[in-house]
Design a protein around this ligand. Structure first.
Ligand code: MG
Length: 194
């Protein structure tokens, strides 16, 4: 067997974050979707809480891997480097080509039914940056990216919904907790901690 030096988790985390930045998606853009989804139900929820929830989701290996696969395929399609007929299917976001949804769905499933229904809702409604990515004209290919963004937002929204229940049981609301408690408490947070 060929010798293989295992990739460090930090490299994967960084590559996934870099991929989103490179494709023009900011954490805050995703957090705005989360805020829109969850603020009607969560007293005291701020954009800051949502940013931290998105950051937490981005620490998950499952999510990072799907970002790397999806963005890579979008970029290769943009450079016309895929082979026929996959090139055409990805480049034109062919209606019946559902692999983009399937890849994004993988990480949604780890966050339970609220994530799943939110993901479905976002896929239909295309809120915020998802709409922008979906309607982008010109040479850009965002076939995978729009679904990935939807899945990250859905996971972050689900985390908030579940946290809300915990808070309620303690007689608290989001007003009572600092945003940082929802997100990574530092660079040393283990990947896949929940
Ligand atoms: Mg798509």
């Amino acid at each position: 067997m060929r010798e293989y030096k295992r990739v460090h988790s930090n490299d994967v985390t960084k590559a996934a974050k870099d991929a989103l930045v490179r494709r023009g998606v900011k954490i805050e853009d995703i957090a705005k979707i989360v805020y829109e989804m969850q603020s009607p139900y969560n007293h005291g929820l701020t954009l800051e809480h949502c940013i931290n929830s998105v950051e937490r989701v981005m620490m998950k290996r499952e999510v990072q891997h799907s970002i790397l696969v999806g963005v890579e395929l979008d970029e290769l399609a943009e450079k016309k480097m895929l082979s026929y007929p996959l090139q055409a299917l990805v480049e034109h976001d062919e209606g019946l080509f559902g692999v983009d949804e399937t890849i994004a769905l993988g990480s949604v499933l780890t966050y339970g039914s609220i994530a799943l229904t939110t993901y479905g809702h976002l896929d239909k409604k295309k809120i915020g940056i998802i709409k922008k990515l979906d309607t982008k004209a010109g040479q850009k290919v965002h076939t995978f990216l729009d679904d990935l963004v939807g899945s990250i937002a859905a996971c972050a929204a689900s985390r908030i919904a579940h946290r809300m229940r915990d808070l309620e049981e303690e007689g608290e609301t989001f007003k009572d907790i600092p945003p940082a408690e929802l997100g990574p408490k530092g660079e040393d947070l283990p990947v896949d901690d929940e």
